[in-house]
Design a protein around this ligand. Sequence first.
Ligand code: Q9C
Ligand code: ZN
Length: 341
Amino acid sequence: MLTFFSEDSRLRRARTELHDGALVSPFECPERIDLVLRHIRQAGFEVRTPEAYGLGPVHAVHDADYVSFLETCWPSWQAAGHEGEAIPNIWPARSMRSDHVPRSVSGKLGYYALGADTSLCEGTFSAAMGSKDAALGAVAHTLHTQAPSFALCRPPGHHAASDQFGGYCFFNNAAIAAQYALDAGKRRVAVLDVDFHHGNGTQEIFYTRNDVLFASLHGDPEVTFPYYLGYADETGAGEGQGYNLNFPLPPGTSVAAWMQALEQALAAIQAQECELLIVSLGVDIFEDDPISAFTFKSADFIALGERLAQAGLPTTFLMEGGYAVEEIGVNVVNVLQGFER
Ligand code: Q9C
Ligand code: ZN
């Protein structure tokens, strides 16, 4: 399957992630790229560098002030004299004002962040640009040829909301790609999110719209990140009513039960006459993922790819999560090869 990847994705090399009360080396590390690329090349897939699409497609789904913040945060943080990486530690919580963006970079950080897990550092903005370019290159290829494609996006995107970063995500690659497809003439696009974590950002961006159907299978937010979104009763609002589908599943969910939920998601995608399928492909549903709790074995990813192909839609896969275990490359390629069988 033709793969799109930008070397700029390597430019983010954060040193810190606030995890379990300590600053650890981030789970979302550039080495993930090589784990996946090695298996992509072994499978004989061509890897293509995407063109640079600029900020137009980003502004189509993200607030301009948020995008400017991401671009200027690191230099501003350094100019303010801070030693470490930029980590938010205060938010416009319920008891305070949420309608004011402070002048200080520390205040802006909390305003534009949804968690403290994602440190901002040198190269982050450039890597996020490369990541969304890969997504755009892949979806443009599928739009032109009807052939499936894979974007090795890094950093991932599905937690990024219209004006917030977090969960290792800055630009919402799936949302950017879906909007690009709509602007190219597609009438309705499905985003199917199979990452272990709920795609809160994608949900938020399209929640009141019926031109993007968002369906997500994920760890129950009662007990897992992102905790404050991803419940089954979030079904869309206004014109978007019925176009948001969440399947929260308990930790340890069997592959058979997960595949049953997938059947329901795919039935909705078929029923709503979607013209393109964008898969937010997180392989952190793997049994050995260090921060997740589903039970996929490597062979199960082949069956997942085969089932997705049966939907019969032009399809673009975008890399989301899947962390530092050797198997992330095998698992991604298994989905893509299963799809091509
Ligand atoms: N410190 C994606 O898979 N933190 N993001 C969880 C570990 C956030 C995962 C606890 C996990 C975000 C794209
Ligand atoms: Zn995830």
